[in-house]
Every structure is written in structure tokens, then in C-alpha cells.
Design a protein around this ligand. Structure first.
Ligand code: PLP
Ligand code: COI
Length: 354
């Protein structure tokens, strides 16, 4: 892929690490390329970060043809910058694209584009503990017509944002509300795809939970409202009576890369982990009889995030005494150790930007 580069002649001042938060600041450039049926992907370019210009009939504005990814570049102690399992994100984006009838990305060339972009923006990768450069690739349908059909024109963009922790709690336990009214996704729907519409439909429950002091909601399945699925921006894991359990990939939850990495770490270390159906009745019983030992969420933005309280139908249950549990801490230390290059990556997950 030939990528043209137009440098930003007015680079911005970089924010101080202490004010980063999540997704508030953006770097000086963005990667873009366009697709149409005749030419395929073309006009790959890195250009100064700027607003996009869209036809008012553009498909994305009416029918929500949009998918995205999230991954991070980490600043190592030796000053180098590295990515974590980027090909997993590219493959998941293609799975999302297939579901939404958006065009497939060429895997290797997209990885090259990502690396070229990160190489150019690497000075934006902060070095304070817990900070990183969040990369947000996204793709949208861009036909200039109101007919409803698979798109013939699309745009792929990568933007980048220096970030701190996603939750204001940082590594401290978050409070999660178990949602018993709205549902996020159904099997056969788009739950496993990372498409904007899933998040738009989640906001009502998220806002209700936030008003009551909860960070996010834990979704139940969309058919029976019986089985645990995932949290708003992370997959979820529990330790119940010695068993580590996480909802199986049913088609309605996102196949998280952090989830997959946690499972691989735990299994390599000899822990038994079950990917299975977990009903709200089983979880409620475990919360009541004290066998729920730990609960945590995992995701790129959220990293490994302990859950200190779960609320279901107005009843509040403290988890791990409101503290971070042992397995949660271990996973946090292991994954962040590999991501920031402080412990040896025996899995081959990291990709230094040379
Ligand atoms: N589930 C949802 C709904 C998410 O938005 C995310 C974040 O990307 C995850 C799970 C975790 O996925 P990953 O670990 O690939 O970031
Ligand atoms: C991520 O963790 O990368 C996500 O995409 C979650 C997000 C919705 C902030």
C-alpha cells in the first residue's frame, strides 16, 4: 500500500499526563483511505487531523453503517513504543465488516498502515504510569443516496488519542448495575460486532445507571434476560467458589481481545477457566451465600477493572469486600506488565514499532 503523507504544519501542544482522561485529546494526524466497488481500497493517506466532510445523505448518517476498533500503543521503559495484538483487532474489524456489509480490509496492508501511522505519531505516546496512546480505527458506509442496501462506498480512518484510565476510579473497584429492562443484543444480531449502533442502543440504560452512581451496566441476554453477557465497554469474569467463569461467546457479546488474553494467561498458569452460560440466578445466589469471591471486567480501554459492587433489582451486593481480588490483581499486573514491556512477553503478543 502506498501511503501519501501530508505533515501538519501547526502541531498542537501535547497535554500533560495528569489531565488526559479518556479520548479527550487527539494527535496531529489521521490515516484515511477510501473504498468503492470499482477501485477497492485506494488513496491511502496520512493527513493533518481535521473534521470530516460528509454528504448529508451519507449512509452512516441515516442507517448507522459504522464499525470501529480500539487498541493501544504503549511506551516502554526503554522509550520504544509497542502495540498489543494488533492483528486481532484487524481480524475482528473484518468480522464486524462482514456483519455490517462493509468492505473487508487487507490484513497485512492495514497492519502496515497502522504501524506507519503510529510511527509518525509516536511522540504522542505518554510515559506516565497507566497512560498510553489509544488508537481508534473506524470504518463507515459513505454512499450518497438514501436507498437501504449494502454500501458501495466506504471510508476507513485511524485517529489516536493519548489516554489515562477509562474509569475515574482508575484501578480502584467500580460499581456496576445489572440491567433488567433494556437489552444490548440478541443472538443473530450485531452483538459480536463492534458497531456504533450497539453503543447507541446501550446509552439509555447506561445513563440510568450513572444517575444512581454506577459506572456501567452489566447486560443480561436479550431473549430470556437470564444469562450474564458483558458490561458496557468490557467483558466480565467471576470467581465463584474457586471456579473462574466467564460468559461463553454466544454471538451476542464482543469477543474481547483482553478477555482472550486473560483466558490464555490463566490457562497457561494452570488455572481452570470455564467459558459457559452463567445465569443471573446462579450469580445472585453466589452473591447472597458469599461464594462470589471476585468479579472483574476486561477490555482495552478498561484494562482489568475490579468490580466492587453489583446491584440487581435494587439490591446492592459488595464483592471482595469492595477491594481488588487476588486473581484480578494478578491479571492486571501480568497484562499491563506485558503491554508496557516490564515483564517478558512469552506469548509473542507485542509488536514494537521500529
Ligand atoms: N465488550 C464491549 C462491549 C466493548 O466495547 C469492549 C471494548 O472494546 C470489550 C468488550 C473488550 O474488548 P477488547 O478487550 O477487545 O478491548
Ligand atoms: C475499547 O476498550 O477499546 C473500547 O472500544 C471501549 C469503548 C467503547 C470505549
Amino acid at each position: 500500500m502506498n501511503i501519501s503523507i501530508t505533515k501538519n504544519t501547526c502541531p498542537k501542544e501535547k497535554p500533560d499526563s495528569s489531565v488526559l482522561g479518556f479520548g479527550k485529546y487527539f494527535t496531529d494526524h489521521m490515516f484515511m483511505m477510501d473504498y468503492n466497488n470499482e477501485e477497492g481500497w485506494h488513496d491511502a493517506r496520512i493527513v493533518p487531523f481535521a473534521n470530516l466532510s460528509l454528504h448529508p445523505a451519507s449512509t452512516v448518517l441515516h442507517y448507522g453503517s459504522e464499525i470501529f476498533e480500539g487498541l493501544k500503543a504503549y511506551r516502554r521503559k526503554d522509550g520504544k513504543v509497542q502495540l498489543f495484538r494488533p492483528m486481532e483487532n484487524i481480524r475482528r474489524m473484518n468480522s464486524s465488516a462482514e456483519r455490517l456489509c462493509l468492505p473487508q480490509l487487507p490484513e497485512e496492508e492495514t497492519l502496515e498502515a497502522l504501524k506507519t501511522f503510529v510511527r509518525l505519531e509516536q511522540d504522542w505516546t505518554p510515559s506516565a504510569p497507566g497512560t498510553s496512546l489509544y488508537l481508534r480505527p473506524f470504518m463507515f458506509g459513505n454512499d450518497e443516496t438514501l436507498g437501504v442496501h449494502a454500501v458501495h462506498n466506504a471510508t476507513f480512518v485511524i485517529i489516536a488519542s493519548p489516554v489515562g484510565s477509562y474509569y475515574k476510579e482508575g484501578i480502584n473497584p467500580v460499581k456496576i448495575m445489572i440491567e433488567d429492562q433494556d437489552v444490548r443484543a440478541v443472538r443473530g444480531g450485531t452483538g459480536y460486532a463492534k458497531c456504533g449502533g450497539n453503543y447507541a442502543a446501550s446509552n439509555r440504560a447506561g445513563e440510568r445507571a450513572e444517575k444512581q452512581g454506577y459506572s456501567q451496566v452489566l447486560w443480561l441476554d436479550g431473549v430470556e434476560r437470564k444469562y450474564i453477557e458483558e458490561v458496557g465497554a468490557m467483558n466480565v469474569m467471576f470467581k465463584i467458589n474457586g471456579e473462574i467463569v466467564t460468559p461463553m461467546l454466544s454471538g451476542s457479546i464482543l469477543p474481547g481481545i483482553t478477555r482472550k488474553s486473560c483466558l490464555e494467561v490463566l490457562r497457561k498458569e494452570g488455572y481452570k477457566v470455564s467459558e459457559r452460560l452463567l445465569s443471573i440466578d446462579e450469580l445472585e445466589a453466589a452473591m447472597e451465600n458469599g461464594t462470589l469471591e471476585e468479579a472483574w471486567g476486561c477490555g482495552t480501554a478498561a484494562v482489568v477493572s475490579p468490580i466492587g459492587e453489583l446491584c440487581y433489582k435494587g439490591v446492592k451486593h459488595q464483592v471482595s469486600g469492595g477491594n481488588i481480588g487476588e486473581i484480578t490483581q494478578h491479571l492486571y499486573d501480568t497484562l499491563t506488565g506485558i503491554q508496557w514491556g516490564n515483564i517478558e512477553d512469552t506469548f509473542g503478543w507485542t509488536l514494537p514499532i521500529e
